[in-house]
Design a protein around this ligand. Structure first.
Ligand code: PLP
Length: 410
């Protein structure tokens, strides 16, 4: 079967059947319990990750002119979610050769803009940011820290293996182990192609006790105040069928029928979309999505191992000139949602790989803040290789071989 890095690439036949029939009345409570235990806070489930972020900011109830600092290389939905909560956004540029902003960049931004009250980190593609320093700055300056786990469920900030030495034992006291164990708030996305892929879904976990008793955090009556609306049946139907339809498209690509089918389904508006104005409304998460998220959480560890193995194959075998050395050093900590390579002429490589039924055109963020030159550069040069469960070690080697041949021809 053709290889994709999106278009339902996380799904196999078992997932397709589950998504069509799964339901469990208690799944919502079970998922909430799981998240509360894992991230040590109070959980609320939302239909989208962006909704969870809006919710966190609404709970904070900050002065109107407050600013939220985010990664300059991020999803438009993050930007919009902040606007939806009526705050302004400041984009922080990436550290050179990295996918996250540095603590120095944050310090400079705070010096120039005293209205920054919230910092969102996202551990882009799973690669950990410099959490130790960022957390320290947030504490000193009394800023709210939000960990957005859309890419990085399972990412580690420090390694268990390092905990043995006296120095690292000291560090371990200060540096938390896993992403989601540091911030005042944790937000998650269970959208298509994410680590926990429930077709759609999100969650807010309020870790800071100060905000846990806010009326917004409690359930029942508070949900009305929050106006978490009920998701309409049609959207749910589209989401139910998304795994089946994308599976069919991917399956038929080898027979040249996938592309026209994709075109038709898209134009008939039958495929669930990621970007749509209505998706910024705050909806609660129906039970069946929670069931899917629970089955994904159960498979998280094998999935992390698989992604790490595939990322390491790319790192070991690809020409070093298209790799970022600093990111490669952190593969063992990363969730490895995707494997990034950097090259000038990526369109030509995308077309070259397409001839071999390897589809990697989805580059995620191609329209980023112009005031962030490193982010702009990354957005023009990054190409993400797939690490998901439907890419075997043999596939990864084949992809590296193809890319190295293409590089030689340049
Ligand atoms: C870093 C990050 N945060 C949040 C989101 C929003 O997630 P959702 O699509 O569930 O709203 C995305 C979307 O891709 C993302 O990349």
């Amino acid at each position: 079967m053709s290889i994709f890095n999106s278009l339902g690439s996380n799904y196999n036949l078992e997932y397709v059947l589950k998504s069509l029939f799964i339901d469990n009345n208690d799944a919502s409570n079970k998922l909430k319990n799981l998240l509360e235990k894992k991230y040590q806070g109070k959980a609320t489930l939302t239909y989208k990750g962006r909704g969870a972020l809006t919710l966190a900011l609404k709970i904070l109830n900050l002065p109107k002119e407050s600013v939220v600092a985010i990664n300059g290389f991020t999803c438009f939905a993050v930007y919009k979610a902040i606007e939806k909560a009526s705050y302004s956004v400041e984009c922080l540029d990436l550290q050179n050769k990295d996918l996250n902003f540095s603590s120095e960049t944050l310090i400079n931004a705070l010096r120039d803009n005293s209205k920054i009250k919230v910092v969102v980190i996202q551990n882009t593609l799973g690669y950990p940011c410099d959490i130790e320093k960022i957390e320290k700055i947030c504490k000193e300056k009394k800023l709210i820290l939000i960990e957005d786990l859309a890419h990085c469920v399972g990412t580690k900030y420090s390694d268990d293996r390092e905990a043995g030495s006296p120095r690292s034992r000291l560090a371990a006291k200060r540096v938390a182990g896993e992403a989601g164990s540091v911030g005042d708030f944790v937000t998650l996305s269970f959208s298509q192609d994410k680590m926990i892929d429930a077709v759609s879904g999100g969650a807010l976990v309020i870790r800071n006790k100060k905000f846990q008793n806010s009326i917004l955090a409690s359930q029942g009556e508070a949900l009305e105040l929050l106006e978490l609306k009920t998701l309409n049946f049609l959207q749910q139907l589209k989401d139910r069928f998304y795994p089946l339809l994308t599976y069919k498209i991917r399956f038929l690509y080898d027979l040249s029928l996938g592309k026209p089918l994709h075109f038709i389904l898209k134009n008939l508006n039958l495929l669930s979309k990621l970007m749509n104005e209505s998706l910024y409304t705050l909806y609660s998460l129906p039970n069946w999505y929670c069931s899917l998220a629970l089955t994904e959480f159960a498979k998280l560890n094998p999935q992390l191992n698989h992604r790490r193995k595939i990322a390491q194959i790319y790192a070991d075998n690809l020409d070093k000139k298209i790799l970022s050395e600093s990111l490669m050093k952190n593969i063992y900590l990363s969730s490895n949602l995707r494997f990034p390579v950097f090259l000038e002429n990526r369109k030509s490589l995308i077309n070259y790989l397409k001839k071999d039924n390897i589809h990697v055109a989805d580059i995620w963020y191609d329209d980023v803040a112009p005031e962030c030159p490193n982010a702009v550069n990354v957005s023009h040069t990054i190409l993400n290789l797939p690490t998901h469960i439907n890419v075997s070690e043999k596939d990864a080697l084949r992809i590296t071989e193809k890319i190295n041949i293409w590089l030689k021809s340049q």
